[in-house]
Ligand binder design. Structure first.
Ligand code: NAD
Ligand code: WQD
Length: 338
């Protein structure tokens, strides 16, 4: 199938692209490289031993989008492009609303203009906000607590209205929990700019010697060991969920929100231990204060994904740590060879 992938050079996009190519889909990647590198795309090309089209462009650029849709004529879109840093979204909310929300509207307009009726969108468990109960199922109230989360919430609502307004349109909103890990080859992985905000990239940079120690954000939560508990999902499983969602969208119309997690949680200290085991390196840490905005626990209800997509996570925390370490230790500076 012909699939246009926005943000395909990014962390989750590149892993999904690899699987799409292996399944012989015809792909155009649309990315402005604001948080990624063309090197990731070259590596995917080598790994898949398959070619694909690339259009360097911004999703806010209606003209560029129109060109890409006009020449490629996609049957479906997987929409990863957007800004994703929670802290930055508090400092620069308008940039987040412009890129994420306005950019998504331009994308939907281009789809409509070119009669493309299927979309899979990267949403986030962050749309749920403070847990009223756990695990979060897709009916849980949506109360995001920061501008980034609100962009995901607004885009979900916009896509829902768009899908309802157009006969035969089909939309799948995938609510990712905590994506981590890397492709087993160690050739592609997560390559954050500057000091990582997220736990696993931070731990892996401590293990490789780029950072001295991990700051554990709070050890007084109501969890097994007092540290925050999350539902980590391997990026390879997550990528597979997108292929399942694309297949599902061929058979269903309307709009479905679907959690993508494992249903199992790990605490910060459990992740540290698992990473030490996988890497054979010590990960020194210091317990510090809580990070503003963090919740104690986050866990996905996963039965809807299984029921609608026939998808279930296969990889566990040990696989996540092993593949992250393989990527980090063979590419200590990410895609930039220094
Ligand atoms: P990423 O930053 O690695 O990838 C995003 C890609 O989109 C990058 O290649 C970037 O250059 C591109 N991009 C950004 N703004 C763009 C624009 N205006 N026009 C064109 N391209 C643009 O992030 P990721 O971790 O791969 O996340 C992909 C998607 O999944 C994002 O929408 C993110 O919000 C969502 N998500 C991520 C996580 C996570 O923890 N990684 C969790 C839940 C949801
Ligand atoms: C995990 C746990 C921290 C860093 C974020 C976004 C969410 C989604 C996924 C995009 C928590 C603790 C972390 C550190 C620590 N992204 N931690 N020291 O906050 O669950 O989710 O990424 O949609 O929207 O909010 O992930 O990896 O930042 O934190 O102790 O240096 O690790 O307190 O308990 P989070 P995370």
């Amino acid at each position: 199938m012909k699939i246009l992938v926005t943000g395909g050079a990014g962390y989750i996009g590149s892993h999904t692209l690899l699987q799409l190519l292996r399944e012989r889909h015809d792909v155009l990647v649309y990315d402005n490289y604001s948080n990624s590198s063309p090197e990731a795309l070259s590596r995917v090309k080598q790994l898949a031993n398959a070619d694909f089209e690339i259009c360097e462009g911004d999703i806010q650029d209606a003209y560029k989008l129109c060109e890409a849709f006009g020449s490629f004529r996609p049957e479906a879109v997987i929409h990863f492009a957007g800004l994703k840093a929670v802290g930055e979204s508090n400092e620069r909310p308008l940039e987040y609303y412009a890129q994420n929300v306005s950019g998504s509207i331009e994308l939907l307009k281009a789809m409509q203009r070119h009669d493309c009726r299927r979309i899979v969108f990267s949403s986030s468990a962050t749309v749920y906000g403070e847990a009223k109960y756990l695990p979060y199922d897709e009916q849980h109230p949506l109360q995001p607590t920061n501008p980034y989360g609100r962009t995901k919430y607004f885009i979900e609502e916009i896509i829902r209205d768009w899908a309802a307004s157009w006969k035969d349109a089909s939309a799948v909103l995938l609510r990712y929990f905590n994506p981590v890990g890397a492709d087993a080859s160690g050739r592609i992985g997560e390559d954050p700019n500057g000091i990582p905000n997220n736990l696993v990239p931070y731990i892996s940079q401590v293990a490789v010697g780029r950072l001295k120690y991990l700051n554990v954000f709070g050890a007084d939560y109501a969890t097994r060991d007092g540290t925050g508990e999350r539902d980590y999902i391997h990026v390879e499983d997550l990528a597979r969920a997108h292929l399942a969602a694309i297949d599902f969208s061929a058979t269903a119309t309307g709009c479905e929100a679907i959690n993508v997690g494992t249903g199992h949680g790990a605490t910060v200290l459990e992740m540290v231990k698992a990473f030490e085991h996988a890497s054979g390196r010590a990960v020194p840490y210091k317990i510090g204060p809580r990070r503003a905005g963090d919740v104690a626990r986050s866990l996905a209800a996963v039965d809807k994904a299984e029921r609608l997509l026939g998808w279930k996570a296969k990889l566990d925390v040990a696989d996540m740590c092993r593949t992250t370490w393989n990527w980090q230790s063979t590419n200590p500076n990410g895609y930039t060879q220094k």
